[in-house]
Design a protein around this ligand. Sequence first.
Ligand code: HEM
Length: 534
Amino acid sequence: MLGDHRTDKDRQLDDVRVDYQDTALTTDHGIRIDDTDNSLRPGERGPTLMEDFHFREKLTHFDHERIPERVVHARGSAAHGYFEPYDAALAPFTRAQFLTTPGLRTPVFVRFSTVVGSRGSADTVRDVRGFAVKFYTAQGNFDLVGNNIPVFFIQDGIKFPDIVHAAKPEPHNEIPQASTAHDTLWDFVRLQPESTHMMMWVMSDRALPRSYRMMQGFGVHTFRLVNAEGRGTFVKFHWKPKLGIHSLVWDETQKIAGKDPDFNRRDLWEAIVTGNFPEWELGVQLVAEEDEHSFDFDLLDATKIIPEELVPVQPVGRLVLDRNPDNFFAETEQVAFHLGNVVPGIDFTNDPLLQSRLFSYLDTQLIRLGGPNFPQIPINRPLAEVRNHHRDGYHQMIIPRGRASYHPNSTGGGCPAVGGPDAYTHFQERVDGHKIRKRSASFADHYSQATLFWNSMSSWERAHIVAAFRFELGRVVDPDIREGVVRNLSNVDHELASLVAAGIGVAPPAEPAVPNHGLSSPALSQAHAPVRSV
Ligand code: HEM
């Protein structure tokens, strides 16, 4: 049902929507069909004839229905809606008009997902949830491809295949499907202490959301806003649900996974059908360029949050989802989010995880969606005009006219103008250094914020975390891996490690002689001076 809030994206999609009521059945080439239940054969009991073009086409199309599922985040649910900024508060910081024009409603398509499970897996597993938003702005598409947890497992995307291979079902027997309870994941975790902070979140109730409508979202990385003068400001993006944050408890997730594996998907769908439109507030944490090094962690390290006590989250706008997709495959499956889709006024930083993602999304979509023309798929098409000299490729859906497909030209193909006030200009950052494979020393503290997280938990939240570690690690077969994880946890909190150890048959860990591997943890110190927030 289309509500009163038809957006420009709704109107654009009208061109490709098809209804089948009161129409005649045809082939893909428009030939009307006289019978779709009996194939053509000589006599009543003869073989099917090759010349039955309708039979061949029907079967062939069916045989080719599947495309590869996403390599991660394969199971998802999506909805249409809009974003509107509250006011022009961000105007001094960014040229992005959709963030700074009060009352301007930008159409969005939002896809929520689990990460590890395949397309048909259950919704209520212990996992991170994706929160990907495509803004169809007048300056082009902006994708904010985030998660419901504000940090990540690794600091450098070159390890992404490793963490995903460790977390996915094991390669020899494809067990376990969509579960964090297996040796390979915990082996990776104990050998890569940088994943400790994220694992604390994943063992908490945050990894068991009651509903997509009751879940936070985070852009995770530090991005950059850029204003009309070219001045940059670091930014972290936050989505806060209007309904508050709610989780299931572990036993509920187990029962629901059996009784209704579509629990979160159904909840989102039905909320929209009944007019209970889910809503989130967009918030930003802003840090001036000159304060880049004012923290005891590195802003470029995606395993760290910026504590809100240091830099408060400022509310800037709201996101409302008010329409379900018409077709799951055409929209939810074919939508292609990409961190690299930015509009003027938003730019990247040198976060090595962010940088790697800039390569990976487009690369995977080229195979998942069959070649370079997937931005022309209706759900991916921008509302902004597309004019360039890209040419040919599988599934070209437009008919570029004229002789020339190069720039500059004078042969009559047209020469779209380059530059102008609306053109994207990269932030002019000075970068200087030797080519090396080396992590900055400022990325070395893997425990302070894990401890911060643990210390911020109430007693019942801690009990849930301990129970989660006991359950997940209790199913790890190799005792060395279990012990290794417990040793690692003792750097977070000795009591946590001891409680986990007691539940999984591991000797209690010795108290670390030098907590936190001897690294300073001023993030925990009350003495830390608050950073100027802009
Ligand atoms: C898919 C978030 C890190 C590669 C996704 C999706 C989300 C997401 C939300 C699902 C998009 C959708 O709904 O279609 C994140 C976050 C990350 C992160 C928040 C860290 C902060 C990475 C890294 C890589 C990566 C480091 C690779 C270097 C992929 C790939 C897909 C994906 C290949 C599938 C995309 C597709 O097939 O369309 N990610 N991701 N991600 N992510 Fe990430």
